[in-house]
Design a protein around this ligand. Sequence first.
Ligand SMILES: NC(=O)c1ccc[n+]([C@@H]2O[C@H](COP(=O)([O-])OP(=O)(O)OC[C@H]3O[C@@H](n4cnc5c(N)ncnc54)[C@H](OP(=O)(O)O)[C@@H]3O)[C@@H](O)[C@H]2O)c1
Length: 273
Amino acid sequence: MAAFAPFTGKVVLITGASDGIGAELALLLARQGARLALAARRVDLLQALAERIRRQHPAADVGVWRVDVSDEFDCRRLVATVVAQYGGLDVLVNNAGVSAHGYFEQVSDYSYYEQVMRVNYFGAMWCTREALPHLRERGGLMVAVSSLAGKIGVPGRTAYSASKFALAGFCEALRAELRGSGVDVCVVFPGVVATDTRVNGFGPDGRPLGESRLREEGAMSAQECARQMLAAMAARKRELVMTGKGRLGLWLKLLAPRLVENMALKALKQTGR
Ligand SMILES: NC(=O)c1ccc[n+]([C@@H]2O[C@H](COP(=O)([O-])OP(=O)(O)OC[C@H]3O[C@@H](n4cnc5c(N)ncnc54)[C@H](OP(=O)(O)O)[C@@H]3O)[C@@H](O)[C@H]2O)c1
């Protein structure tokens, strides 16, 4: 077990734990002896992850829940059943998310804008609403995974940026409301992380894109992203903005917004689409 292990024995619910950053975070938390509730739609992947955790840590307390966070009832049922099974909740990690790419004027089916909002914003809001009374009981922590695209509007990502700004704004307001309650809110803003998120995300026709349209060279690994996230959670930080370049971008946005637009356009593989 890790030497500094603030999550030992803590009940941690992670949405979007079947793959990518959420799965890596689960593996790190398992090393600390956290009691894990892993949730997503692909139960086969969740079960494989739970088995891997049990192989590595035979005493691990890990359960698997199927949830579609775009459905309010599902979110409420998820939190309620996790709390019933574990007797409470210490940490909610709102990590489930879907990506979307396509220049706004080239989008042919706008219905996915609503779905992106439901997954990336409403899902987190619904889970948080259900979890808050339980987090209050334990002086718990709510974590949300936004994106640098939730701090800086990114070309080709109008649907995604809007949803991640919404999530960040919700968290900022909630954090202020919760002051003195013992519950902290930690928002994570990753840059480009090497996962399948862009491949699985929506394209301009509303179907899965099937490829990444970002330059992926130099992407952070999902393991490193999860490691930085865990450190921020342990320190109960308000925000974690990832990469020096990301933090520089935030300053530059105040001073020279056009320059930041140029940088964002450069990061796209294909401009003009
Ligand atoms: N990778 C990046 O560059 C990057 C950068 C900034 C922010 N982020 C954010 O980081 C988070 C994790 O993404 P990732 O990069 O690890 O991508 P990923 O590997 O595609 O993981 C996304 C996770 O979200 C789950 N998910 C998607 N739709 C869902 C739904 N309707 N209900 C329940 N779960 C759902 C997926 O599980 P199922 O498909 O099994 O449901 C999967 O476990 C997301 O919020 C993403 O927006 C990623």
